[in-house]
Design a binder for this molecule. Structure first.
Ligand SMILES: Cc1ncc(COP(=O)(O)O)c(C=O)c1O
Length: 385
């Protein structure tokens, strides 16, 4: 049912616009190629793939670890394979918080809401540090570190979910230096890193920490946005030794990720499908990104937190004269599906007063849909009291 506020919107443009989920569009998933290589794997190796994976601190399919090691130019012994990167977040939170004297965790505000829920389930008190257009506000972080050192700091440094922000090279170096000085771990979550449409990639925080005494970085990767989320293949790049600790945790709960899906992922790397698909997804999403950046600028002025250089998201702090509750209701009445922006903030943080935070995923919307969506959002913001 449409509310009175939508009557101004003509029928031709009243279809629902979904700014809600950050999932890959179907055309970004190479389903036919994955099906074909799964078929050939099954005819060649069914008996191995339908047996348990080896036990004894098994860190993942050997070929997949080799491939991931080559992809990231790291020793495969540093790789631990998980069921999607969410499980990596869960295992690492358990690992880092179990015997930690402090349960404090710092995260970007806004940040990926599911990660916060996972950390809290392990007893963490998650506190937000404001996210600027180029990464964490390091002045605020330094101030916090004077009084309390967290068990870990969680960052999504490339095309951040939900804000679209990329952490600058300078801030990455400074984070590594602070990790070394204060002795906290950095969890770096990089599911969107390969989806860059403009500019050059800053160095992985994990790579910057190599050789910096006392710095500790755990990097979490995923195949969800570059091949397929249904494979549920994620991984951790950790210092040597940590994969064995994680394997002990895994073995005492689910033994291992599914051998078949890991083998499919290994084959997807070996056959060149992963690299090819990354190129194709970039080509597919670049125009959607360009449209989104332009449409937000036109309809919402300078409300964007940054101009994203890749990934799925652009986001705004949109000035409104009403509450988030009422704004979301008015947007719903105008047939716009949004995720509640305040849900992306840890409990002790919030968007600047007088604004609502909106994550606007562009990866699955046509130019017409995205433009129509932000135009309607501007109207809603103007009307909502
Ligand atoms: C920052 C971030 N981390 C982790 C995930 C979960 O990815 P996966 O499918 O690998 O579990 C997502 C998914 O949207 C994400 O945005």
């Amino acid at each position: 049912m449409q509310g009175a506020s939508v009557t101004a919107v003509s029928d031709a443009t009243s279809a629902k616009v979904h700014f809600s989920r950050g999932i890959p569009p179907l055309e970004a998933i190479p389903s036919a190629e994955i099906a074909e290589l799964t078929g050939s794997l099954l005819s060649a190796e069914a008996s191995r793939l339908f047996q348990y994976a080896p036990i004894g601190l098994h860190a993942g399919d050997a070929e997949l670890r080799e491939q991931l090691g080559a992809f990231h130019a790291v020793d495969p012994d540093r790789i631990f394979v998980t069921n999607g990167s969410l499980q990596a977040l869960d295992l690492l939170a358990g690992h880092l918080l179990k015997d930690a004297p402090r349960k404090k965790v710092l995260a970007e505000a806004p940040t990926y809401d599911r990660a916060v829920q996972i950390f809290e389930r392990h007893g963490a008190q998650v506190s937000g540090i404001p996210l600027r257009h180029d990464g964490l506000d390091l002045d605020v972080l330094r101030e916090r570190l004077r009084t309390e050192v967290p068990a870990f700091v969680y960052v999504i440094p490339d095309f951040q979910n939900p804000a679209g922000v990329t952490t600058s090279e300078e801030k990455r170096r400074e984070l590594v230096a602070l990790s070394a000085k204060f002795g906290f771990t950095i969890l770096e979550d990089i599911p969107y890193r390969e989806l860059r449409f403009a500019g050059t990639a800053p160095t992985l925080i994990g790579d910057l920490a190599d050789g910096v005494e006392g710095a500790r970085v755990l990097t979490i990767g995923s195949l969800s946005k570059v091949v397929s989320p249904g494979l549920r293949v994620g991984y951790v790049i950790a210092p040597l030794g940590t994969p064995k600790d994680l394997a002990a945790l895994a073995e005492s709960t689910y033994l291992s990720p599914a051998p078949l899906l890991q083998a499919v992922a290994a084959r997807a790397f070996a056959s060149g499908l992963v690299r090819r698909n990354i190129d194709e997804v970039r080509t597919l999403l670049r125009p959607r990104h360009d449209t989104a950046v332009e449409a937000v600028r036109k309809a919402l002025g300078d409300a964007a937190l940054c101009v994203p250089e890749g990934g799925y998201y652009i986001s705004v702090h949109l000035p409104v004269r009403t509450t988030e509750e009422k704004f979301l209701a008015a947007a719903g009445a105008a047939n716009i599906a949004l995720t509640r922006g305040s849900a992306f903030y840890p409990a002790d943080a919030a968007p600047p007063s007088g604004t609502v935070f909106l994550r606007l995923p562009f990866q699955a919307l046509s130019a017409e849909e995205f433009t129509e969506g932000v135009t309607r959002l501007a109207e809603v913001a103007q009307r909502a009291e």
